[in-house]
Structure formats: structure tokens, C-alpha cells
Design a binder for this molecule. Structure first.
Ligand SMILES: [Mg+2]
Ligand SMILES: [Zn+2]
Length: 176
């Protein structure tokens, strides 16, 4: 299968250092929504793996998070595409879970769901944690410059990391 996995905040929607706590604060990047729709219509399965420690911190609840993801699915569907499995880590940094990136637990959940191997699968993110999670399961780490991407770019990147301006440019490459 053609599978691609995306981080959410800073890749699909605008990032915020103050957390994205309400549906109103979830602001999509229009070209990223279009990119997901284009990939989907070309036969790609587009899954999402997102750290959401704001849940553990009590900033928002699961229903609010699900409303953001329903909106995401709706926006992509309006353009004829489909979003695949969305996996989130609700834990905080001190909870010792296996899913919070840079741990690769969510990527493994996605692989198990689709009964597929992760080797070489592109994982697109904007932080070092995303790139490290990708490396841990032999995914292809892909950095976009949106969100915290420019900040991440200022630090050493794992060898082999691919860098693109944004998710639209990633889709352009995969669909060319
Ligand atoms: Mg991010
Ligand atoms: Zn977790």
C-alpha cells in the first residue's frame, strides 16, 4: 500500500506554543488540506500521529480533540479526499507512555492497523521528536518548514532527513 504518515500541528494546521485547545484554535493550512486530498485521490492512505499532551494537562478533552479531527476529515472530504487513521497520544511527558513522540508507539499502531511494514514509509513532521520517531522504526524522516520546522532546521538533523517547504511540496514530490 502507499501509506504516508503525518504529524498534525505545524504540518496540517497552524502550530501554537499555547496549545490548540478549542475547535476555533484549530486553524488548517489550506494548502495542506489540499495536499492530503490530492494524495488520497491518487491512492495514498494518509494517516496522522499527533502528540496531544494538552489532554493530560487538562487544557481540553477528548471530545474537543475529536471535533478538530472531524473538521479535518470534513475539509478533506469537501475536496474529494479521505483521511485515514488518526492516532493521538493523550499523555504528558512524564507519564512514561510508549506513544508520545519521539517514541514510535503511534507509528507502530498505524502499521498494525493497516497490517503493513513501516520501513521506508514517509513520516512528515516539524520537530526533532517527529524525526526521531521516524528513525526508530525505519521510516523515512521528512521535515517541513511550517510550524516549528524552521526552528528544527536550525538544529542538526538525522542523516537522510528530507526537507520540504510544506506538505504541499511533499505531495508534489510524491505525485510527480
Ligand atoms: Mg508538530
Ligand atoms: Zn502516550
Amino acid at each position: 500500500m502507499n501509506l504516508i504518515i503525518l504529524d498534525r500541528d505545524g504540518v496540517i494546521n497552524q502550530d501554537s506554543d499555547a496549545y490548540i485547545k478549542t475547535l476555533d484554535e484549530w486553524i488548517p493550512i489550506p494548502s495542506s488540506i489540499a495536499a492530503i486530498a490530492r494524495l488520497s485521490k491518487a491512492g495514498w492512505t494518509v494517516a496522522v500521529a499527533t502528540n496531544q499532551s494538552g489532554i493530560a494537562r487538562g487544557y481540553y478533552d477528548l471530545a474537543t480533540l475529536e471535533s478538530m479531527h472531524a473538521r479535518l476529515r470534513e475539509l478533506v472530504a469537501e475536496q474529494g479526499g479521505e483521511v485515514g487513521l488518526i492516532v493521538h497520544c493523550p499523555h504528558g511527558p512524564d507519564d512514561g507512555c510508549d506513544c508520545r513522540k519521539p517514541k514510535p508507539g503511534m507509528l507502530k499502531q498505524i502499521a498494525a492497523h493497516y497490517a503493513t511494514d513501516l520501513t521506508g514509509i514517509w513520516f512528515v513532521g516539524d520537530t526533532s521528536g517527529d524525526l526521531q520517531a521516524a528513525l526508530a522504526v525505519d521510516c523515512q524522516p521528512v521535515l517541513v518548514k511550517t510550524g516549528k520546522g524552521e526552528r528544527t532546521l536550525a538544529k542538526p538533523l538525522p542523516p537522510g532527513t528530507l526537507v520540504f517547504d510544506d506538505l504541499a511540496a511533499v505531495a508534489d514530490r510524491l505525485l510527480s
